[in-house]
Design a protein around this ligand. Structure first.
Ligand code: G3H
Ligand code: 13P
Ligand code: ZN
Length: 331
């Protein structure tokens, strides 16, 4: 039976993005697949009084079971309210690839969907995105489209090289499709290996510094669609402190490099209203689970290794909200 997100306590992204744009900060969009991740999102955003977008990929839906996942998300809103956190929460489909998937999510209570037509040619992207917008807007669900291709894995599609968004296309795309926000490609990419070491320079401490994001392209886009909410995917910093814990406890993540926090802070102050973070959460969980196993090899109660991972995830998200995205205190 179809259910409206409004009855589940979610909000769409319209008001969130308007306030984020005016206030010069970005809304965190954290991916989740399981209970500990959703608990961390609610606790961290509740404690830091931040609006939040909880997002689910089609892979996450398959992994967790789409029905269970919807009830988990609904439970998360209740959990926040019972803890006294009156923060706006959106439930968003990350990288939707078909109209059918978007419809299914909307019918099961999502307040926002992404239709990622970026791998199609421009005309097909416009056509597919327009169809999703036409359906979603009937139910007051907001839609994110994408122009330009990010390197790395976007669900099942792997792109070897990023193709930057062409500013000349954005005005036409937004006008023709009616999307509510636009994901762009300016040098971020998905996963934990965003740059090859040879693409980076070394600072005085010998730390590898990746090439800066293409803020010139972002500015050009802002000029063409003033006031329009922009989304950044692939925005994990691949936090070195967690990569080190992983590598020092039996892991092997060679040359894991992400987007420096200062770059994201700068983006959050611009028209970028939503910043997607998945890989940093994965790294935190892996680091803590590896550490518990290395320190306590006799441990076999999942609560004893997932519990510390959950706690650390809360810390990492609070830090992002407060010091990177600037969304803390904005609920
Ligand atoms: O953009 C991709 C997100 O990190 C989701 O990844 O498709 O493995 O769930 P996933
Ligand atoms: P990261 O892999 O950088 O966390 O990006 C996640 C993302 O863009 C989800 O859509
Ligand atoms: Zn993404």
């Amino acid at each position: 039976m179809a259910v409206s997100y409004k009855d589940l306590g979610f909000v769409n992204t319209k008001d969130m993005f308007k306030k984020a744009f005016e206030g010069g900060y970005a809304i965190p969009a954290y991916n989740f697949n399981n209970m500990e991740q959703i608990q961390s999102i609610v606790t961290a955003c509740g404690k830091s009084n931040s609006p939040v977008i909880m997002q689910v990929s089609s892979g996450a839906r398959k992994y967790a079971n789409s029905t269970l996942l919807r009830y988990m998300a609904q439970g998360a809103v209740q959990m926040a309210r019972e803890a006294g956190h009156d923060i706006p929460i959106a439930l968003h489909l990350d990288h939707g690839d078909t109209l059918e998937l978007c419809i299914s999510c909307i019918e099961s209570g999502f307040s926002s969907v992404m239709i990622d037509g970026s791998h199609h040619d421009y005309e097909k992207n416009v056509e597919l995105t327009s169809k999703v917008v036409e359906y979603a807007h009937k139910y007051d669900v907001t839609v994110e489209g994408e122009l330009g291709v990010l390197a790395g894995i976007e669900d099942d599609v792997v792109a070897a090289k990023s193709i930057y968004t062409q500013p000349e296309q954005v005005e036409d795309f937004v006008k023709k499709t009616g999307v509510d926000s636009l994901a762009i490609s300016i040098g971020t990419s998905h996963g934990a290996f965003k740059f090859k070491p040879e693409q980076c320079t070394k600072n005085e401490e010998g730390v590898l510094v990746p090439p800066p994001l293409r803020f010139d392209i972002l500015e050009e886009i802002e000029k063409r669609i003033p006031g329009f909410p922009i989304v950044l995917h692939g925005s994990s910093s691949v936090l070195p402190e967690y990569v080190d814990v992983i590598n020092n406890h039996g892991g092997k993540l060679n040359a894991a490099i992400g987007i420096p926090s200062e770059q994201l802070r700068r983006a959050a102050k611009s028209a970028v209203c939503k910043i997607n973070i998945d890989s940093d959460g994965r790294l935190v969980m892996t680091a803590l689970v590896r550490k518990v196993f290395a320190d306590s090899p006799a441990e076999f109660d999942p609560r004893k290794y997932l519990g510390p991972a959950r706690e650390e995830l809360v810390k990492m998200m609070i830090d992002k909200n407060e010091n990177v995205l600037g969304s803390a205190g904005k609920a």
